[in-house]
Design a protein around this ligand. Structure first.
Ligand SMILES: C[S@@+](CC[C@H](N)C(=O)[O-])C[C@H]1O[C@@H](n2cnc3c(N)ncnc32)[C@H](O)[C@@H]1O
Ligand SMILES: O=c1cc(-c2ccc(O)cc2)oc2c(O)c(O)ccc12
Length: 354
């Protein structure tokens, strides 16, 4: 074979292999969800060390051959480690936790289980089947087509789904806030009071105030969200509508809120934030993904671009933005200066000054 046709054949073989990832793309999400529901990681953790397949099957109430196949798949993906044994039969295989499998636990510090449960719920998966209509009309919301009304209205009428959203977003909020404080602590220096606009159940603010105890926090969200939020020392929950008014504070913080809305809506929210802070010393801190294009792509780009698709599926007008697009909405809202600090995490920190 000519060099050119060998190269072509290799490319086709690789493309064929790559296509399998898309055809069976749902598998990792479904099996990870199954592992969370079975509580495999929680049972292994409370056992305190390696468990044989038989011990694990008994503890979980599973059939050993089925569990063996599920564990083989998860192990292949880096969840759980097989401990070598001298015997060959599958029943004597032992498993122990890995850093990745600990993230499947319900209550570990860096658990991502609730986010998996949110994204894999019927309500959140339905809209993905309606993207074609959204692309063809750019008007029909995929979420509304699947669930009858837009996400935040749906959540206000379905307490179980509201809890799924709050828990799902809270688990990654903790991780993102810790990354921000660790890599850019200057953002919160000298701030006496801070309002977290669209703060959800207060997890972000609680994590922030624990690390920066000089800050008095106001967690501001829709009334049905704040009324269900747990009490935290140093945090006041205030229910309201950010399109009407934002409570006053030295600084306003918005994380994963503006990506739910179009430019005009963002400008409206940001103007209300500008009204809420002192003209001379105030600032608005925005924690959101910044989409990099071309050569600037890095290991987070894949997740950031996937989040943009989540916005397409789950919100009516939301989107992730490039640095230029952020500059446009911030300046159009009346801020005079803006700074983007890129960090090793999904969100960047954008500071906007009056
Ligand atoms: C994607 S969540 C982000 C939550 C939190 N900031 C975080 O990062 O985990 C968006 C939040 O905006 C809130 N929200 C939506 N519309 C709102 C409105 N009109 N006024 C105040 N909050 C609103 C939602 O209830 C939700 O908690
Ligand atoms: O399903 C989601 C997920 C997010 C999300 C996940 C991870 C991040 O680092 C940031 C955001 O945000 C969402 C959102 O803002 C929304 O309105 C609906 C769904 C989701």
């Amino acid at each position: 074979m000519e060099v050119k046709s060998i190269t072509k054949a290799k490319e086709e073989a690789q493309a064929n292999l790559d296509m399998w990832k898309y055809a069976l793309g749902f598998t990792p999400m479904a099996i990870v969800k199954c592992a969370i529901e079975l509580q495999i990681a929680d049972v292994l953790e409370s056992h305190g060390g390696a468990m044989t397949l038989l011990e694990l099957s008994t503890a979980l109430g599973c059939s050993p051959p089925t569990l063996h196949r599920i564990m083989r798949y998860l192990n292949h993906r880096g969840f759980f480690k097989r401990v070598p044994t001298s015997q060959e039969d599958s029943s004597s295989i032992s498993y122990e936790q890995t850093t990745l499998s600990r993230m499947l636990m319900k209550n570990s510090e860096n658990s991502m289980a609730s986010l998996v449960m949110l994204e894999s719920s019927h309500v959140m998966l339905g809209p993905w089947h309606n993207l074609r209509a959204r692309a063809l009309t750019n008007g029909a919301s995929a979420f509304v087509s699947a669930n009858g009304e837009e996400l935040w209205k749906y959540a206000s009428e379905n307490p179980a789904h509201s809890k799924l959203i709050n828990d799902g977003l809270a688990c990654r909020a903790r991780v993102d806030i810790l990354a921000i404080i660790d890599q850019y602590p200057e953002a919160f220096k000298g701030i006496g009071s801070l309002v977290d606009v669209g703060g959800g159940d207060g997890t972000s603010l609680h994590t922030l105030v624990k690390a920066c105890p000089w800050i008095r926090g106001t967690n501001f969200d829709l009334p049905h969200v704040t009324s269900m939020a747990p009490n935290y020392v140093g945090i006041e929950h205030v229910g309201g509508d950010m399109f009407e008014r934002v409570p006053k504070a030295d600084a306003a913080f918005l994380m994963s809120v503006l990506h739910d809305w179009n430019d005009e809506e963002c400008i409206h929210i940001l103007r209300n934030c500008l009204e809420a802070i002192p003209k001379d010393t105030g600032k608005v801190i925005i924690a959101e993904a910044v989409i990099e294009e071309g050569e600037k792509e890095n290991e987070y780009s894949d997740v950031r671009l996937a989040l943009d698709m989540v916005m397409l599926a789950h919100t009516e007008t939301g989107k992730e933005r490039t640095s230029k697009e952020w500059e446009y909405v911030v300046k159009a809202a009346g801020f005079s200066r803006f700074k983007v600090k890129l960090i090793e995490a999904i969100p960047a920190v954008i500071e906007a000054y009056p």
